[in-house]
Design a protein around this ligand. Structure first.
Ligand code: GCU
Length: 642
C-alpha cells in the first residue's frame, strides 16, 4: 500500500494470515466474520480459538487471552470482546511481542468511549484541520465511501465504541427524515465493528422542524414531537446511542430560553430515550458575558442541579474550565457533582495547539487531567476515579473527545496527529496505560520498531505538548490566541465593547505591577470551587504549582521563582526553551530519514519547519508585548526577538 499515512497504525504484514481451518469460532454474525477476516488476512501465528463465555460478563466489552505455542484462546462475554481481543493479538504480533504463554485480562475503563465529530451538514468541520468532513451527506444514502468502514475498523482496533456524527453547534436539519436515512447507512456499517451512532441535537428542533410554538421542554406538544422523533430514529437505528446537547452556550438555544433549567431540558430528552436504552450527554460548556470569571460559570450553573438529573443523563465536561487551552487547571466541576454522572470531554483536534501544523502528542495532557486529584472524596479522588465508576459506582461511565479526523488521505492532517486519535482510544480503554507505552506502541505500529527510530521519536513525542505550552503559554498563561482562528498569538487583543471574556488582555492581566489572573480571594476567588486542600494550595502563591501560577495569581515581575529567577526572566526562558526544543525536534527528525518512507518523512519535516517558525513568532510576539509592561530586558542568553 502507499506510504501516505492512509493505513494509520493498521499496517499489518501484507502477506496472508492463517487459513480459515485454524480459526475455531462458533457462529456467523457480521462481527465474528470481521474477526475471522482480520485473522485470515493478517494473523501469522498459531491457531486461534474465539470463545464466548457468559461467565466473564463483568468484563463487558473486555476479554481474556491465553496461549500456548499451538493455540491462542480469546474468550469474552460478548462478540465485541472477541473482536477487541483479535485486535489485541494483532497488535502484539505487529509490535513483535512474544505470543506464547499469554495470560491477559482486559476490561475497559469506560462503558462509552466516544468520538465527537464537529462536522456540519455542508461538509465543513468546525475546528477541523484535516480537510472536509468524512461524511458525504450529499452522496448518502446511495453512495457509500469505503472510508466509512475503514473509519469503523480503525476505531474498533483501539476500542472506541461510539461516535457523535455532527457538530455540537447542531443544525436542526440533522433530525430531518432524509438525513436520518443517511445516518442509518453509517450506523449499519459501524454496527459490526461495535460502534454506536449518536447525534448532536439542536434544542430548538421541535420549533424549527416540527412547527411547534416553542421548544419549551415542559410544553406537551414539544415533548410529543421529541417522542415521535425518537420513535422514528429507533425504527431506523434500533441501537441508536442517544443525544449530545450543547444548550444555552455560545448562543445555542436551550431550556433557559423558557425559564427552565438544564435539568428540565436534559430530563425531558432522557425520559423519551429511556425506553430504548438511549442516553443524554449534556454539556457543561456554558458561559456568558458577565462579571463572573468565565472559569467559574459551569460550576455555578451545574452544582445547584446535582441530584436533579435522570440516571441516563451524563454531564459532559471539558477538561479545563476555559476552553482546551495548552494547559488549564482541571475543571472544578469534576467531583463537585456527587449524584450526577460526569464524563470528560477532551479535544483531539488541536484547536489551540498549533492545529494540524504542530506536532503535539496529547496523551500527557489527557493523563494530566485524568490523574488530577480533585479531593472530592478525600485524597485519591482523581478525575479518572470520579468518572470511571470507582468512586461513583453503578453509574453510567463515558469519556469523549473531539475528533481530528477529516477526508485528508492521512485522516488527521499531520502524520503525528494520528497518535492523538490512537492515544484517546487506548486511554478510553485503559486509562492506566502510560503516555510512554502508548507512544511506543503507536510508533512501532505506524513506522518501524527499530530502536534507533523508536527511542528518539518517542522522546520527541513525550516532550512535545510541554514544548507547545512553553512557546505559546507557559506558567499558566491562557487564552492569548488571536481571535476566531485561535492559531497565532494576539496577547494585545482587547475586544472593547465586544466580549471581554473573549479578550486576551482579560486573561493575562499584564500591567506595570505584574502578570496573571488573580483567582484567589482577592480576585475572582475561583480557587474556592476546589476541594480542600486544593483551594489553599492553588490560592497561595507559594504553594501553587508554577505551571499554573499565572492561571491563579497576578504575579509581580520581580517575584522570585523556585529556581531563583525573577518571574520575568523565567517567562523569557520558557518561551525560548520552547523554541529551542522545536529546533531539536527538527534535528532529531532529520536523522530519521533512512528509517521510513520518503513521503511521510518529508511531510513531517516540512510541518516541523512551520512549527519552528511559529514558535519564534509566539516567543517574539509575547515577549515584545509583555515587555511593554515589565520594562525589563530580555536575558542576554536567549534568542533575540527579531
Ligand atoms: C470552542 C470552539 C468552538 C466550539 C466550542 C464548543 O469555543 O472554539 O468552535 O463550538 O468550543 O465546544 O462548543
Amino acid at each position: 500500500f502507499a506510504e501516505d499515512g492512509s493505513q494509520l497504525w493498521l499496517r499489518f504484514p501484507a502477506k496472508n494470515g492463517i487459513s480459515p481451518e485454524k480459526i475455531m469460532a462458533k457462529g456467523n454474525s457480521p462481527m465474528l466474520n470481521i474477526a475471522r477476516r482480520e485473522l485470515t488476512g493478517h494473523w501469522q501465528g498459531q491457531g486461534v480459538e474465539l470463545r464466548l463465555e457468559k461467565s466473564l460478563k463483568n468484563l463487558k466489552d473486555g476479554y481474556r487471552i491465553t496461549s500456548s505455542s499451538e493455540k491462542i484462546v480469546v474468550s469474552a462475554p460478548k462478540e465485541s470482546g472477541l473482536l477487541y481481543g483479535v485486535y489485541h493479538i494483532l497488535r502484539l504480533q505487529q509490535t513483535n511481542a512474544d505470543l506464547n504463554n499469554l495470560n491477559i485480562t482486559e476490561k475497559p475503563s469506560y462503558d462509552v468511549r466516544i468520538l465527537n465529530h464537529w462536522d456540519n451538514l455542508d461538509g465543513s468541520v468546525e475546528r477541523g484541520y484535516a480537510g472536509h468532513s468524512l461524511w458525504k451527506w450529499e452522496e448518502l444514502p446511495d453512495t457509500v465511501s469505503p472510508r466509512y468502514e475503514a473509519y469503523a475498523r480503525a476505531n474498533a482496533s483501539i476500542g472506541i465504541n461510539a461516535t457523535v456524527l455532527n457538530n455540537v453547534n447542531a443544525s436542526p436539519n440533522m433530525l430531518r427524515e432524509d438525513y436520518l436515512k443517511k445516518v442509518k447507512v453509517l450506523a449499519d456499517i459501524f454496527r459490526p465493528y461495535g460502534i454506536k451512532v449518536y447525534l448532536s441535537v439542536n434544542f430548538s428542533s421541535p420549533k424549527v422542524l416540527g412547527g411547534t410554538e416553542n421548544s419549551d421542554p415542559l410544553n406537551k406538544e414539544v415533548q410529543k414531537w421529541w417522542k415521535e422523533k425518537a420513535a422514528e430514529i429507533y425504527k431506523l437505528i434500533p441501537d441508536f446511542g442517544g443525544f449530545l446537547v450543547k444548550a444555552n452556550s455560545e448562543g445555542q438555544p436551550g431550556p433557559q430560553d423558557y425559564g427552565r433549567t438544564h435539568a428540565d431540558g436534559a430530563n425531558m430528552m432522557a425520559d423519551i430515550l429511556k425506553p430504548y436504552g438511549g442516553i443524554v450527554m449534556w454539556r457543561a460548556f456554558v458561559y456568558s458575558p458577565s462579571k463572573e470569571d468565565r472559569a467559574k460559570q459551569a460550576y455555578l450553573e451545574f452544582v445547584p442541579l446535582d441530584g436533579k438529573f435522570r440516571d441516563n443523563v451524563i454531564i459532559q465536561i471539558k477538561n479545563g474550565p476555559i476552553d482546551f487551552q495548552p494547559r488549564e487547571a482541571f475543571n472544578p466541576l469534576f467531583g463537585a457533582l456527587k449524584k450526577t454522572p460526569e464524563m470528560v470531554e477532551f479535544q483531539i483536534t488541536q484547536e489551540y495547539l498549533g492545529q494540524a501544523n504542530h506536532l503535539a502528542y496529547l496523551a500527557p495532557l489527557f493523563k494530566e487531567t485524568l490523574e488530577s486529584d480533585t479531593y472530592a472524596n478525600g485524597k485519591g479522588s482523581t478525575i479518572a476515579k470520579i468518572t470511571d465508576g470507582t468512586l461513583r459506582p453503578g453509574k453510567l461511565t463515558a469519556i469523549s473527545a473531539v475528533a481530528n479526523i477529516g477526508e485528508d488521505t492521512n485522516w488527521t492532517g499531520h502524520q503525528f496527529a494520528q497518535s492523538n486519535w490512537y492515544a484517546f482510544g487506548r486511554l478510553a480503554w485503559n486509562h492506566e496505560l502510560t503516555s510512554e507505552q502508548i507512544a511506543d506502541e503507536w510508533i512501532k505500529m505506524t513506522f518501524t520498531d527499530k530502536p534507533e527510530f523508536v527511542n528518539p521519536v518517542k522522546q520527541m513525542m513525550l516532550t512535545s505538548r510541554e514544548t507547545v505550552v512553553d512557546y505559546m503559554m507557559p506558567l499558566g498563561l491562557h487564552h492569548i490566541f488571536a481571535g476566531n482562528h485561535h492559531y497565532g498569538p494576539e496577547p494585545w487583543g482587547d475586544y472593547k465593547g465586544g466580549r471581554p471574556d473573549w479578550s486576551p488582555v482579560y486573561y493575562h492581566q499584564a500591567d506595570a505591577g505584574g502578570i496573571g489572573f488573580d483567582r484567589t480571594q482577592t480576585g475572582s476567588n475561583a480557587v474556592s470551587q476546589y476541594f480542600p486542600p486544593l483551594n489553599e494550595i492553588y490560592g497561595n502563591i507559594r504553594t501553587c504549582p508554577e505551571n499554573l501560577i499565572l492561571w491563579f495569581h497576578h504575579v509581580p515581575w520581580d517575584y522570585k521563582m523556585k529556581d531563583g529567577k525573577t518571574l520575568w526572566d523565567e517567562l523569557c526562558y520558557k518561551y525560548d526553551s520552547g523554541v529551542q526544543q522545536v529546533r531539536e525536534y527538527q534535528k532529531t527528525w532529520d536523522r530519521m530519514q533512512s528509517y521510513i518512507d520518503e513521503q511521510r518523512f518529508s511531510e513531517v519535516q516540512s510541518r516541523l519547519k512551520i512549527q519552528a517558525k511559529d514558535a519564534v513568532w509566539w516567543k517574539d510576539a509575547c515577549l515584545l508585548y509583555f515587555q511593554t509592561f515589565s520594562k525589563r530586558p530580555v536575558p542576554y542568553d536567549i534568542e533575540r526577538p527579531v
